[in-house]
Design a protein around this ligand. Sequence first.
Ligand SMILES: [Zn+2]
Length: 111
Amino acid sequence: MKLYYYCSSCKKENSFNTKASNRFELQEERGNHINDRCNHCGTQVKRRVNRVHAKPDIKIVSIGLLLGIISTIFLWNLGWIATLTFSIPILAFSYASQQANNFNKVMVDDK
Ligand SMILES: [Zn+2]
């Protein structure tokens, strides 16, 4: 999933990709701190794992939207298109926000 943190110097948001789906896994992967160079100002940023946050994955939401549109086109003649058109993107969005919430609500202690 994609995770975000703010640069301590320019306050802009940076993101990085990880296999971790919660802070415990992130801590396993990166240690107590994220050490990265800010994409905006180049400052070396050290951020605690607890300061890193997740957002609903826009990719999952877009795929949901796309599937909703595709199913609308292909199932135009069937009666239940409206249900699919709206429910697939909504399901995709709630899945993506759930994933982000699960990440954000669990804090870790330093190892
Ligand atoms: Zn910066």
